[in-house]
Structures are given as structure tokens and as C-alpha cells.
Design a protein around this ligand. Structure first.
Ligand SMILES: *Cc1c(COP(=O)(O)O)cnc(C)c1O
Length: 305
């Protein structure tokens, strides 16, 4: 019998181009401001989610697990990415959802379309997501389950995120990214030269609390030259206002790049404020990572894209 190989090219990494932003937008305050377009990899399996999932899914496949089980809210980019990747890899998928949705959100509908089984939990119950007994109780009836934590936040998720380093030249002095679970920041901090300063924009209120968790995982010689910024949360995670929509439309007009409202728009809004406040030197070379998430824009009012 021949072994079937794991197909690792469901995504073509060459689609991730580096696009310089319009100098008018950043008023030439720095020597270079470029964006790594991981959003172009795939509309559902967006940028960093693909990297955080790939080593997990390969491990599951290689060890003959049959079902991926993971977690997320009703608009979760991670849930839909997992549903899509699992189907592509011939695995079943189960999504444990925070909240009881009588009417499915577009994201959850898309998960169902990708054959994901959804299990709804109350917000209170969902807090048990890191307790394996609770998870087995809910999802143990599915065949040979492999559990991926929320946000892909495990060792394989971090190592996978580190693989994004292949796109990042060491001529960049600053790397700008958005922080949810912190997995992407941790994975990249471990892989990139410590001389490259990583700026993590957190779209949550008081988001700097994430720093403690990140510090507890990044290995000592690498645990420096990164910083979190949490001023631009617009009221909290998944909250937005008219200013943010106006900003997203202007950003699109000037750079021809669509941003998502949850993560990348808040990051670029904050970065622009810092540029205008002369936070940077004119020699700095900045690479912003577009981590995707555009599927969530389907419910946003007033976007021109
Ligand atoms: C999930 C996500 C993030 C956060 O990534 P973490 O690795 O969880 O910190 C950032 N941007 C987008 C668009 C995402 O979907």
C-alpha cells in the first residue's frame, strides 16, 4: 500500500506580495513603509491563520487523527480557516462556538458550508475551552479528535507562524502586526533577528495585559525588542465607529488595500497616528503584516470595497 502524502500546497505562498504604501499616506515620514499582503493568500484561510494551522493539520494528518476540533466566536477568522483547511485535507472539523446563535452569522454559515459541525456554548461554558475533559465531553463522539486551542495558540501554531519569516527581509527595522492570541507575535519574535523591532497593535481595551503571556513564552535571548500598543481599540474587541470606517475607505482609496475592521484597520490607524506624531526616524524601514480577516467585512456597513 502506498502512503498518501499530506498536500501542503493548498495555498500558494507566492501570492503573498510586498506592496509599498503610498508615500502621500505616510507623508514620507519614514524611508520605507511596505505591507506584506498575506490577505492575498486566500479569502477564507487568511494569512496568519494558514501559518498557525499548517503544522497542526499536518501533524493531525500524519498521526491519523480524523477530526480537528477548535474554538471561536461567531465571526472568528480562525474557525472558518480551520473548517476550510480541514475539508481540503480530508479531515472532519468541529467548531465549539462562544454563544448560542439561533441565526447563523455569515461566518458560521460559511463554516457549515465547509462541513464544520458547530457546537454552541454559552459564554460562561466557553470559559472551559482549555479544559480537555470539558472538550472531550462535548466533542468526544467525533472520530479521533485532535484539539487545536482557540486562535491556534499552541507550540505548532507558534512554530507555523514563525515560518512567515521567509517573507521578511532583515533590512526592515520595524515589523508591525496585530495581536489577538499573541501567537503570531511570539512565533515571529522567536524566528526574526532580535535587532528587528516588533510592534504589536492590540485591538482590545487594556490590551497590554497580553504582554505578560507573551513574555512567559518567548525564550530569553529573544524576549526583547518587542512592544504592545493598545490605545486604538475603538471601544474594545470587535467594536468600531464611523471614524474607523472612514479611515478604512480612505486607506483603500490611497493604497488600494482592503483592511479588516477587527485587526488590521485598528493597527494601521494607530500606526498612522504614530507617524503623524513623529514617533519614527526618517531612516526607519517599516513592514506591516496584513494578516487577512477580510471575510468579516461582509457585515460592515459603509465600506466602499
Ligand atoms: C487572528 C488574527 C490576528 C491575531 O493573530 P494572533 O496570532 O492570534 O495574535 C490578527 N489579524 C487577523 C486579521 C486575524 O484574523
Amino acid at each position: 500500500m502506498k502512503t498518501t502524502c499530506v498536500n501542503t500546497d493548498i495555498i500558494d505562498d507566492r501570492k503573498a506580495v510586498i506592496q509599498p504604501l503610498n508615500k502621500f499616506w505616510y507623508q514620507s515620514k519614514v524611508a520605507a513603509l511596505d505591507m506584506l499582503r498575506l490577505d492575498l493568500l486566500h479569502p477564507l484561510l487568511s494569512g496568519n491563520k494558514w501559518f498557525k494551522l499548517r503544522l497542526n493539520a499536518m501533524f493531525a494528518k500524519d498521526h491519523d487523527y480524523k477530526t480537528l476540533v477548535t474554538f471561536g466566536g461567531g465571526y472568528s477568522n480562525h474557525l472558518i480557516a480551520t473548517a476550510f483547511a480541514a475539508r481540503k485535507w480530508g479531515l472532519k472539523s468541529v467548531g465549539i462556538v462562544r454563544g448560542n446563535y439561533e441565526t447563523l452569522t455569515p461566518t458560521l454559515q460559511e463554516c457549515v458550508n465547509e462541513n464544520m459541525e458547530l457546537i454552541f456554548t454559552t459564554r460562561e461554558e466557553y470559559k472551559n475551552k482549555d479544559n480537555p475533559d470539558w472538550v472531550y465531553n462535548l466533542a468526544g463522539r467525533f472520530e479521533d479528535i485532535y484539539i487545536i486551542p482557540e486562535g491556534g495558540a499552541n507550540e505548532k501554531g507558534r512554530a507555523g507562524a514563525g515560518l512567515m519569516d521567509r517573507f521578511i527581509k532583515n533590512t526592515y527595522s520595524h515589523i508591525v502586526l496585530s495581536v489577538g492570541s499573541g501567537t503570531t507575535l511570539i512565533g515571529l519574535r522567536d524566528k526574526l533577528p532580535v535587532s528587528q523591532y516588533i510592534m504589536g497593535f492590540v485591538p482590545m481595551k487594556e490590551g497590554k495585559y497580553m504582554g505578560k503571556y507573551i513574555s512567559s513564552i518567548v525564550q530569553p535571548p529573544k524576549n526583547k525588542n518587542w512592544e504592545l500598543f493598545d490605545e486604538w481599540h475603538f471601544g474594545g474587541f470587535a467594536k468600531w465607529n464611523k471614524d474607523l470606517i472612514v479611515f478604512m475607505n480612505e486607506f483603500y482609496e490611497e493604497n488600494k488595500i482592503p483592511l479588516d475592521a477587527i485587526y488590521t484597520a485598528k493597527m494601521m490607524y494607530g500606526l498612522q497616528q504614530m507617524l503623524l506624531d513623529n514617533h519614527f526616524s526618517s531612516c526607519d524601514k517599516i513592514l506591516c503584516i496584513h494578516t487577512g480577516g477580510l471575510q468579516g467585512n461582509s457585515i460592515m456597513p459603509g465600506l466602499i470595497y
